[in-house]
Ligand binder design. Structure first.
Ligand SMILES: NC(=O)c1ccc[n+]([C@@H]2O[C@H](COP(=O)([O-])OP(=O)(O)OC[C@H]3O[C@@H](n4cnc5c(N)ncnc54)[C@H](OP(=O)(O)O)[C@@H]3O)[C@@H](O)[C@H]2O)c1
Length: 230
């Protein structure tokens, strides 16, 4: 990976490049024509190996990985994993995946809930007692009436100080609307998908939000943009 901004540098280590981890970082990948889903409604077809390297790095640097319930409902979100090299650098097991849901309408039999090395967390305003059959053992449910409270409880009660939100657009938009995100790490993939499979990065915001470009990297044609939101 090479750095183009602020000043050019070759052979940049992503773990160091993204090492200044803020309280809440949004990390997402988008095609060059602005879609966050590929033809299968997932993300694997977007950024390739270079994107995955940064994706894994952002996970390894985080204390908790926020994901919207609709992304979990695709059934393609696995439990938190960590490769040996990143595990060594992180100095411990993977960060928990934290599913954010109002409805708790989730498939609790997914490996995400039953096979996670670091148990998956669910934050929700709904009482978990309403889940038929109950939530699987190990899954921690954090009650929170709103996202601000959720972020505070994750930080104060579970010690998850540095959160990464991987999307999808619904959750990312909610966090932006609430002013809870500090940074957007946007990976721009060298792919044009066309209209048929388009899903936009964000939903509606109350007003345009100015962002500041703090760094720009490139690897295998993928552009890695870091925007400050504060
Ligand atoms: N390109 C990328 O980087 C990327 C990353 C992730 C996902 N994706 C794609 O994005 C798509 C899904 O995105 P999406 O926008 O439909 O859904 P999403 O953001 O994954 O999930 C939306 C859900 O999150 C919960 N949620 C959102 N705001 C909330 C709030 N304020 N309080 C409590 N819960 C809240 C709600 O869950 P309930 O419905 O349970 O109430 C809501 O329906 C998938 O196709 C996935 O492949 C792309």
């Amino acid at each position: 990976m090479r750095r183009l901004l602020p000043e050019p540098a070759a052979d940049v280590d992503p773990y160091e490049a993204y090492g200044d981890v803020p309280g809440l970082r949004l990390g997402m990948v988008m095609s060059a024509d602005g879609s966050v889903t590929d033809a299968e409604g997932w993300t694997d077809g977007l950024g390739g190996a270079a994107d995955f390297r940064v994706f894994r790095t952002l996970r390894a640097l985080a204390d908790g990985i926020l994901v919207g319930a609709a992304t979990a409902r695709t059934g393609r979100l696995g439990p938190a994993r960590l490769r040996a090299d990143l595990r060594e650098r992180r100095g411990g097991p993977p960060a928990p995946i934290v599913i954010v849901s109002r409805t708790l309408d989730l498939d609790w039999n997914l490996p995400l809930f039953t096979e996670a090395e670091t148990p998956t967390v669910v934050v929700t305003p709904r009482p978990a007692t309403g889940v038929p059959g109950g939530v699987p053992g190990g899954v921690r449910v954090v009650p929170a009436p709103d996202l601000g409270t959720a972020v505070r409880r994750l930080r104060d009660d579970l010690g998850l100080r540095h959160l990464l939100c991987e999307g999808g657009p619904g959750l990312a938009t909610s966090l932006l609307r609430e002013g809870l995100a500090d940074e957007l790490c946007l990976n721009l993939a060298p792919t044009l998908l066309g209209g048929a499979h388009h899903t936009r990065l964000l939903g509606e915001l109350p007003a345009p939000l100015d962002v500041g470009l703090t760094a720009l990297y490139e690897d295998e044609g993928v552009l890695f943009l870091r925007y400050s939101l504060k």
